[in-house]
Design a protein around this ligand. Structure first.
Ligand SMILES: Nc1nc2c(ncn2[C@@H]2O[C@H](COP(=O)(O)OP(=O)(O)O)[C@@H](O)[C@H]2O)c(=O)[nH]1
Ligand SMILES: [Mg+2]
Length: 245
């Protein structure tokens, strides 16, 4: 854990078969002027992700089999809490999240428990169109109502959390497919966490392959729309009142 001395925040990097890009991404983070510790959660990769990440200077936690981004993040939050990091930020291993924006995403925590790095400029391989675009707009609008703040990019994985949000995540962070994006946010907001978004730009993936299956992702978005409509139709329930707040 040589990289954790005096670190102001922990960068959690979920990685699944990212040997092509994780090394560069870790090096970019460690080269920043700010002092961040980097934890790569190697999620049952079958390539050299763990070795490459370690050689680049990250602490590597290897999960014995693939748990998905939600499970990997939950393991990362547990690690951060045990080691007493006051802030964490999730950064993709594929290089799409520009490490130079990390300080901006973390700065959002001055105003809220969760800070989302939101892409405003749709470019690179992030062009979404048709029903997917409508579903995302509708989800963003609905979650904005819940969070009482304008959110435009609720599926962004570039996000930071403070200790309050981490305490909530440890109990409730969804581990199912893609649940780390929308579901995690809805549950956190309903548990009393505040959210803010800050603008960032996304870069193209720096190597390897995207993990998402487009059909599964579309089904997930559709399911999220319905789940949210039902959640909104319900009266506020005491089950969701803030814990530990
Ligand atoms: N730990 C873990 N990380 C994953 C998994 N699937 C994807 N990732 C990581 O999550 C980040 C985003 O994945 P990616 O496939 O690029 O998704 P996209 O950017 O939304 O298209 C990358 O750092 C991936 O390595 C997984 O099953 N487990
Ligand atoms: Mg990606």
């Amino acid at each position: 854990m040589e990289n954790s001395d005096r670190a102001s925040a922990l960068v959690i990097m979920p990685a699944w078969n990212e040997a092509d890009s994780v090394g560069n991404t870790v090096r970019e983070v460690l080269a920043l002027a700010e002092n961040y510790a980097v934890l790569v959660v190697n999620d049952g990769s079958t390539d050299r992700t763990a070795d490459v990440a370690r050689d680049a200077g990250a602490t590597v936690m290897t999960l014995p089999f693939n748990l998905g981004v939600g499970g990997a993040m939950r393991a990362g939050f547990k690690y951060a809490t045990r080691l007493g990091y006051p802030k964490v930020v999730q950064v993709d291993a594929d290089g799409q999240h520009d490490p130079r924006d990390i300080h901006r995403v973390l700065a959002g925590l001055d105003q809220a428990d969760i800070s989302i790095g939101a892409r405003f400029a749709e470019r690179g391989d992030y062009q979404v169109k048709g029903p997917r675009k409508w579903a995302m707009a509708m989800l963003a609008g609905t979650i904005s109502l819940l969070a009482k703040t304008k959110l435009t990019d609720v599926t962004s994985g570039f996000r930071a959390a403070n200790e309050h949000a981490m305490a909530q995540y440890l109990d409730h962070y969804p581990a199912e497919y893609l649940g780390d994006t929308i579901d995690s946010l809805v549950v956190a907001v309903r548990s009393g966490c505040s959210v803010v978004q800050v603008p960032v730009e996304m870069r193209p993936r720096q190597g390897g392959q995207p993990s998402h299956n487009p059909l599964k992702a579309a089904l997930y978005l559709g399911r999220s729309v319905f789940a949210l409509l039902f959640a909104l139709a319900r009266k506020k329930s005491t089950v969701f009142t803030a814990e530990g707040a």
